[in-house]
Design a protein around this ligand. Structure first.
Ligand SMILES: CC(=O)N[C@H](C=O)[C@@H](O)[C@H](O)[C@H](O)COP(=O)(O)O
Length: 231
């Protein structure tokens, strides 16, 4: 088994927990995120998705699990913010993460280029690195597959201008990707309940990422509050 196969087999059929808190969020802190990751591991998660080199460094001290690394960085003039440029890819590569995830939507990147223009060089530069395509549509996932991404994620479904309002988790998209592409499909985005998690595995995804429902207490609180406000 090569490294890529080993990583994909470790997360197959398992839960990945996304532990992220942006600077404007109450839990923003590498220490707190490392504790989140540790709790997720004790709870049975078999992978962690994390944002920023600082958080990843802290997490590595306490968890021994495959990490999907991203760097969220907003640049003026572009809506692409998940590992948007070569700079963030290089930082993640130097830090060392099992999988680097990046925006693979059709949107124009901060350097004015599209994913089809930039990915061939990235693929060539980091030959052994596993790359996950954060997509919002079937067409984007198809493009990502053809470009040589190693796995396809539904991360951005519902978050691009042209997919806004989509019901999440986007089971129909997951199912189509599973049917049409022979590389791992990662269910991500809007999985809020254990039942939904079960459903995404039933459509055949390789693994699934749950974030907010586990690691964003403010959003979880809001959800409970809205239940009593509705009454
Ligand atoms: C759209 C976007 O920025 N998604 C981010 C990607 O890393 C995270 O903020 C999400 O929490 C993650 O995708 C997991 O999804 P959910 O939190 O819905 O389980």
């Amino acid at each position: 088994m090569n490294n890529k196969q080993r990583i994909f087999s470790r997360i197959h059929g398992q839960l990945i927990v996304s532990c992220q808190a942006l600077p404007e969020e109450p839990l923003h802190s590498p220490f707190i995120m490392s504790k989140m990751a540790y709790a997720a591991m004790l709870g049975g998660a078999k992978g962690i998705r994390a944002n920023s080199v600082e958080d990843i460094k802290e997490m590595k001290k306490v968890v021994e699990l495959p990490i999907i690394g991203i760097i969220k960085q907003v640049y003026e003039g572009s809506d692409v913010f998940i590992t948007p440029t070569n700079k963030e890819i290089e930082l993640l590569y130097v830090e060392g993460v099992d999988i680097i995830a990046l925006d693979a939507t059709k949107r124009i990147r901060p350097d004015g280029k599209t994913i089809s223009e930039v990915f061939p060089e990235i693929r060539e530069t980091y030959k052994e690195q596993i790359f996950m395509a954060d997509c919002s549509t079937y067409e984007e996932a198809k493009e990502a597959y053809e470009l040589g991404f190693d796995c396809l994620g539904t991360t951005l479904s519902g978050y691009t201008e042209y997919t806004m309002g989509q019901q999440l988790p986007n089971l129909a998209l997951m199912e189509k990707l599973v049917q049409d592409f022979p590389i791992p499909v990662i269910a991500e985005g809007g999985i809020w309940t254990p039942e939904q998690l079960k459903r995404v595995f039933e459509v055949g995804v390789h693994t699934a990422v749950v974030g907010t429902a586990i690691t964003r207490p403010m959003e979880i609180t809001k959800r409970f509050i809205s239940a009593i406000k509705d009454e």
